[in-house]
Design a protein around this ligand. Structure first.
Ligand code: SF4
Ligand code: SF4
Length: 382
C-alpha cells in the first residue's frame, strides 16, 4: 500500500481508503469484515458519513482494541432524527449527534471532523459565520477532532471554504465526468443527461483552480464518487459513452493535485479487493489516456491530464510533474515557495529539455509540451 501526506495535517494516509457504504451490509456485520480486510491490506483511512446508530455501533465494536490502527474521517452535522438520516445545521442537534457518535464509536477523538455536505454558497456562509464552524473549532481546541474538514460536490463552495483557511481537509467528488461540469448547487445536475448532449471540452476551470489551490495551501483532498456511483464502470450508464475500469478511475482521481486518498465505495470484501487491485496494477492498466481519447462526446485538448502517457523522455524529465508544478505556479504573481521546493527535488528539470518532440507525439491530448517545458524552465530558472 502506498501512503500519501494528507495536506499539511501531518497524517500519512493509504491512497486507497474505505467508504462506509458496506458497513451496513448483512445486519452490520459488514463493518467488521471490511475493517478486518482494510487492516490486512494496509488501508488506514476510512470515512463514516452515515449517522445510523446501528452502523456507528457496529463500527465502534469492530474498532475495539485497534482504534489507533485507523484514521477516522467522520461527519459533524450528519445526525439521526426520527429514525432517519438528516443533514442538520441546528447546533443543538449537531452537538448531540457528535456526542452520540463518540459514544457509539467508543472513542474520545475523531481524526478528521467533516462539516457535512455543503453544496450551496448560502449554506457555507451561514456555517462560516455561525455556530457550526465555531463548534468545529472548539472541538479542535479540545482535541476531540484533530482536523477540520468539509465535504462538498460544488467547486465554488469548496474553493470558498479552502480559501477561508478554516479547513484542512476537503472531501470532494472527483471523476472525469464531474470534472467537465460547471459548479452547481444540485449534485444531480452533474449527471443530468442534457449536460452531456453537446460536445464537452476540457476540465471546468473552477475545478482545476480548486485542486491547484488545495495543493498550494496544503489542504488534503479525500475523494468520493470516483466511480460516479458505479456508472462510469458501465458503458450503458456512463455519460462518457464508454466504460472505464475501476483502476483507471482510481488513477484519474489519484493524479489530481492535492488528492491523498480515494474512499473506495465497497459493499463487500470482494468489491474492496477490486479497488485494492490498483496497488498491483501495471502502468498500462492504470493508464486512462487511451480510454479518454476514445470518448465519443468529450475531448481534453491542450490541457494536461497528468496521465504520464508522454513518457519516457530521453532526458528523464517527469513531464506530468513538471506540468503540474507549472500549473500551480502560473496563476500566481510569484512562484509559491512550497511549489518551488517540490519542483527542485525532481531528479530532472524542464531546463534539460532538448526539444526532441517525442513526448508530443505520444500525448493523446495535444498538450504543447515543449512550450510548457520552456515556460517551466524560465519560471523555475532550472
Ligand atoms: S503532457 Fe499529455 S501525455 Fe503528458 S501527462 Fe500531460 S496529458 Fe498526459
Ligand atoms: S521534447 Fe523535451 S520533454 Fe519532450 S521527450 Fe523530448 S526532451 Fe523530453
Amino acid at each position: 500500500m502506498n501512503y500519501r501526506e494528507l495536506g499539511n495535517t501531518g497524517l500519512m494516509v493509504s491512497e486507497i481508503g474505505l467508504g462506509c457504504e458496506g458497513f451496513a451490509e448483512d445486519g452490520c456485520r459488514g463493518a467488521k469484515l471490511l475493517l478486518d480486510e482494510a487492516q490486512r491490506q494496509g488501508i488506514n483511512y476510512f470515512d463514516l458519513y452515515t449517522s445510523n446508530p446501528q452502523v456507528r455501533s457496529a463500527v465502534g465494536e469492530a474498532l475495539r482494541g485497534r482504534r489507533d490502527r485507523f484514521i477516522i474521517q467522520s461527519h459533524v452535522c450528519s445526525v439521526w432524527k426520527d429514525g432517519q438520516y438528516k443533514r442538520s445545521r441546528n447546533i443543538d442537534e449537531v452537538k448531540a449527534g457528535m456526542e452520540e457518535m463518540l459514544r457509539l464509536l467508543r472513542t474520545d477523538y475523531i481524526d478528521v471532523g467533516m462539516i457535512h455536505y455543503v453544496d450551496s454558497m448560502k449554506d457555507w456562509q451561514e456555517i462560516a459565520q455561525g455556530p457550526v464552524l465555531a463548534y468545529a473549532k472548539e472541538l479542535k481546541e479540545q482535541g476531540v477532532i484533530r482536523h477540520i474538514g468539509l465535504s462538498s460536490h460544488n467547486p465554488e463552495v469548496a474553493l470558498a471554504a479552502v480559501k477561508s483557511g478554516s479547513i484542512e481537509v476537503l472531501m470532494f467528488s472527483v471523476n472525469p465526468c464531474y470534472d467537465l461540469q460547471p459548479a452547481s448547487e444540485d449534485v444531480e445536475e452533474l449527471w443530468a443527461e442534457k449536460n452531456y448532449e453537446s460536445h464537452l471540452v476540457n476540465m471546468d476551470p473552477e475545478r482545476q483552480e480548486l485542486y491547484e489551490t488545495c495543493q498550494r495551501q496544503g489542504v488534503g483532498v479525500t475523494v468520493m464518487k470516483a466511480f460516479g456511483g458505479g456508472d462510469l464502470l458501465d458503458e450503458k450508464m456512463s455519460p462518457a459513452g464508454k466504460a472505464l475500469t475501476a483502476v483507471q478511475c482510481l488513477h484519474y482521481a489519484l493524479t489530481r493535485p492535492a488528492v491523498a486518498t480515494v474512499l473506495a465505495g465497497a459493499h463487500s470484501v470482494e468489491q474492496l479487493r477490486e479497488s485494492l487491485a490498483y496497488e498491483t496494477a501495471s502502468e498500462e492498466e492504470r493508464d486512462y489516456a487511451p480510454a479518454f481519447a476514445s470518448f465519443p462526446n468529450i475531448s481534453w485538448e491542450g490541457h494536461c491530464m497528468y496521465c504520464s502517457h508522454c513518457a519516457p523522455c530521453p532526458k528523464r524529465i517527469d513531464v506530468a510533474s513538471v506540468t503540474k508544478f507549472l500549473n500551480l505556479a502560473r496563476a500566481q504573481k510569484e512562484v509559491p515557495e512550497t511549489v518551488r521546493e517540490h519542483y527542485e527535488v525532481l531528479e530532472h528539470h524542464a531546463g534539460e529539455c532538448i526539444r526532441c518532440g517525442a513526448c508530443e507525439t505520444r500525448c493523446p491530448f495535444k498538450v504543447p509540451i515543449m512550450e510548457n517545458m520552456a515556460r517551466a524552465a524560465e519560471m523555475f530558472r532550472k
